[in-house]
Design a protein around this ligand. Structure first.
Ligand code: SF4
Length: 227
């Protein structure tokens, strides 16, 4: 089972992968300005309790976190300490967020972070080779217990084999959604060079996927994150 937790909503576009951001597209339908980052009424969802004292989100749930923003966006700095605290308190849940701002992680971690919270997985999004070469070394160095690579929207040829070292638990590939979706490019995994792949059954290279795939059409290439 899973739940969505969006402690804040809205985001600032950062790189080419943001051009057709689905948050902006959906907000536009309701005349909302996605550039305004605001704390939501669901902010404390993980620690809300029922009348009989139990948590409303039952133990064991996967909590998809901040999917209408970026958990590490600057505009949410004032609220993030509380969010970290809720993630820490709810060690009986599994949290997962995706970010394009992995370069901000080290400056916004809580004091008790240590090697990272066991119940949190972080996906680093890359949309082209330049972003992969910038963000993935930071992901590899990050003190996180669970690391994923999200190649979406995949806008150009991409070879990330050298970043797929042990510790990267999963790679997913996706295209853009919406009427203006740009073509998705292949992801190259040179056979037998991907350390992570070698630990599992060989995979097609590149994977047999449709030319366009939205966020719902991601393809998992390897590994299992927190399952
Ligand atoms: S970082 Fe994500 S949520 Fe923020 S604008 Fe870019 S695509 Fe949208």
């Amino acid at each position: 089972m899973s739940v969505s937790w969006n402690p804040w909503h809205g985001c600032r576009k950062l790189s080419e992968g943001c051009r057709h951001c689905y948050v902006y597209r959906q907000d536009a339908q309701h005349d909302k300005d996605s550039r305004e980052v605001r704390r939501t009424t669901a902010f404390n969802l993980p620690v809300r309790r029922t009348r009989d004292g139990r948590y409303k989100v039952p133990p064991g749930e996967m909590v998809y976190t901040c999917f209408t923003s970026d958990f590490l966006v600057e505009e949410a700095d004032a609220w993030r300490a509380e969010a970290w605290e809720m993630i820490r308190i709810r060690s009986d849940l599994r949290f997962f967020f995706i970010t394009k701002r992995i370069d901000r992680l080290m400056q916004v971690l809580p004091p008790d972070w240590g090697g990272g919270y066991e119940n949190l997985a972080v996906g680093c999004t890359v949309e082209n080779q330049a972003m992969a070469d910038y963000r993935l070394p930071l992901l590899l160095d990050a003190p996180l217990r669970h690391k994923l690579v999200i190649c979406a929207p995949l806008l150009g040829p991409l070879d990330i084999a050298r970043y797929l070292v042990p510790g990267i638990e999963e790679v997913s590939v996706g295209g853009e959604s919406g009427n203006e979706a740009r073509p998705r490019h292949p992801l190259r995994f040179p056979p037998n060079r991907c350390t992570a792949c070698q630990r599992r059954a060989p995979l097609p290279h590149p994977p047999p996927v449709p030319a366009f795939a939205g966020p719902q059409g991601r393809d998992r290439l390897q590994g299992k994150a927190m399952r």
